[in-house]
Design a protein around this ligand. Structure first.
Ligand code: SF4
Length: 259
């Protein structure tokens, strides 16, 4: 199955319904994915098993220089981004200098693009670590993944590579106490002989309970848009995604649906 890796530290800007004109920052290597999840739908492909080394990541000063150069150029063109978005080839909070990078990004943004928001797309596995919590508290949009509130389903969809449970993740999201946007991808399919459907009534009820505990500013829901590294997955029909969105809105939570 074809998958995709970003080939530089800075990518885009791309036009995003969720984030406007979004300038991406890839804190992961350009030649491989690094993530502590191995989601069955990941557009970057399967997560390799090799040990992660510091030398795999771009340095904080390389990130700083690349972002500064790009924003100086965009400013000269009167074309600054709506959002500076940490995403890329894996999980950005795994970068060993994540704290320093967030600090310098805030400084660069304030100096060159004060209207731009800073967003981090994360799987939320490390948000209870002190340095990660304090770094994420400095940015505007924490977009954090929650694909299921049930352990078995999370293990099937996200395939964590660390000791992990849905209950712990939901507790951590609840305790984070910063503005949170939850991102949930809905899918169906059979993987390794096991049928997965995180739109079933049991799944939705558990997710709705979790959203109520976490109290996010918004829930972004979406489905598979491109090829997946695992075969046998189906995207969710627009009508069903709309209906899920309406159910979440009834809780008084804002919803954004991408299809
Ligand atoms: S958390 Fe994101 S980067 Fe990691 S495997 Fe899942 S989709 Fe891919």
């Amino acid at each position: 199955m074809p998958t995709f890796l970003f080939d530089d530290i800075i990518f885009g800007p791309v036009s995003s319904r969720r984030l406007g004109k979004s300038l991406g920052i890839n804190l992961l290597p350009t030649h491989r994915k690094i993530c502590n999840f191995d989601c069955i739908y990941c557009e970057c492909g399967l997560s390799p098993h090799e040990l992660i080394q510091k030398s795999h990541f771009p340095s904080a000063s390389d990130v700083k220089n690349a972002l500064t150069a790009k924003l100086v150029h965009m400013k000269a063109q009167n074309d600054l981004p709506t959002t500076i978005t940490f995403a890329g080839n894996g999980e950005p909070t795994l970068h060993p200098e994540f704290e320093a990078i967030i600090l310098s990004t805030v400084e660069i943004r304030n100096r060159l693009a004060p209207q731009s928001k800073i967003a981090v797309l994360s799987n939320a596995t490390l948000i209870s670590r002190k340095t990660i919590t304090s770094s994420l508290a400095k940015i505007d949009l924490n977009i954090l993944k929650l694909d299921s509130a049930l352990n078995n389903t999370i293990n099937c969809i996200n395939r964590p590579k660390l000791p992990f449970s849905a209950d712990k993740l939901i507790d951590n999201l609840q305790e984070f106490r910063k503005k949170i946007i939850i991102q949930t991808l809905f899918l169906k399919g059979t993987v390794n002989g096991q049928y997965i459907d995180n739109t079933s009534p049991e799944e939705l009820n558990a997710l709705l309970d979790a959203y109520q505990l976490i109290k996010p500013e918004m829930v972004m829901i979406y489905t598979i848009a491109r090829s997946t590294p695992v075969e046998g997955l189906e995207k969710i029909e627009k009508e069903q995604l709309d209906a899920i969105g309406q159910t979440i809105e009834k809780l008084g939570i804002k919803v954004q649906i991408s299809y």
